[in-house]
Design a protein around this ligand. Structure first.
Ligand SMILES: [Zn+2]
Ligand SMILES: [Zn+2]
Ligand SMILES: [Zn+2]
Length: 257
């Protein structure tokens, strides 16, 4: 955007057919505005030319004061520029552009949060991009605080839903539901978790990850397909008929079949 008086020489005809931004209120003749008219246009744009500085030409810098921010240092927009919709004050225009950018980023992030099932507890504008954004995951109900920019980069919002994080209380409940009573606090998904089998009362320390991902369950002694190396076992040879054919099967088990 040009703030200077760089547009050339048509000082007495501020309005031309090539000026798409000139509004309908502009006089469609070649007569220059009177000083009062020019001042009125500037005032309407939030700019007050100094009373001691008279209007000269449409494209001449006209020093004065921004009525919005109060700034008057190096502030001298031309009547022509203001008439064409360029802000009178550089500072205010810059702030306005930054504000517009910020608002559209906030709108984007809120839309993205909604699509990810993340309900922020405060608006993005109050958090900014450099802090975690507190809220709740509507899919699993956990309180979460994702980084705003990580949402923008198309990552998920919730580490719990992504399986990267486990709530200790939920982990405890899942172990109990699978027949294992932990005796200490949740040590993490991949660490052995001491406790006892709810069925046979034997002590054991399976990992949370192994137990919830299926497999043999938390107790090798009780596992139907599991094998407890501390107990005697049988090697067996079984003969059976399968699909009309005789088959021999060899296996190892801790209970005779
Ligand atoms: Zn200003
Ligand atoms: Zn979640
Ligand atoms: Zn057991």
């Amino acid at each position: 955007m040009s703030w200077g008086d760089s547009c050339g020489s048509h000082e007495t005809s501020p309005v031309s057919a090539e000026s798409p931004r000139v509004g309908a209120h502009v006089k469609r003749n070649n007569k220059p505005p009177t000083e009062a008219e020019a001042r009125a246009v500037m005032l309407a744009a939030g700019f007050e030319p100094f009373p001691t500085v008279p209007y000269t030409t449409a494209r001449a810098p006209w020093p004065g004061r921004c009525l919005v921010c109060g700034c008057e240092k190096d502030l001298a927009p031309s009547y022509w520029n203001v008439l064409n919709g360029q802000g009178a004050c550089k500072e205010c225009s810059r702030a306005k552009r930054a504000n517009t950018r910020k608002r559209s980023l906030a709108a984007d992030l809120h839309a993205r949060a909604e699509s990810l099932g993340f309900l922020p507890s405060i608006p993005y504008e109050q958090v900014g991009s450099r802090a975690p954004w507190p809220g709740v995951c509507l899919r699993c109900g956990q309180p979460i605080s994702p980084w705003p920019m990580s949402l923008k980069n198309r990552h998920g919002a919730c580490a719990y839903c992504a399986g990267k994080r486990v709530d200790p209380a939920v982990a405890f409940g899942k172990m109990v539901a699978r027949g294992f009573i932990p005796s200490v606090e949740f040590p993490g998904s991949l660490q052995p978790w001491p406790g006892r089998c709810a069925k046979c009362n034997r002590r054991n320390a399976p990992t949370y990850s192994d137990v919830v991902s299926g497999g043999d369950g938390p107790c090798p002694s009780c596992a139907r397909t599991g094998f407890d190396p501390s107990k005697p076992a049988f090697v067996y040879l079984m003969e059976r008929t399968h699909a009309g054919r005789q088959e021999m099967q060899i296996g190892i088990n801790q209970r005779p079949r």
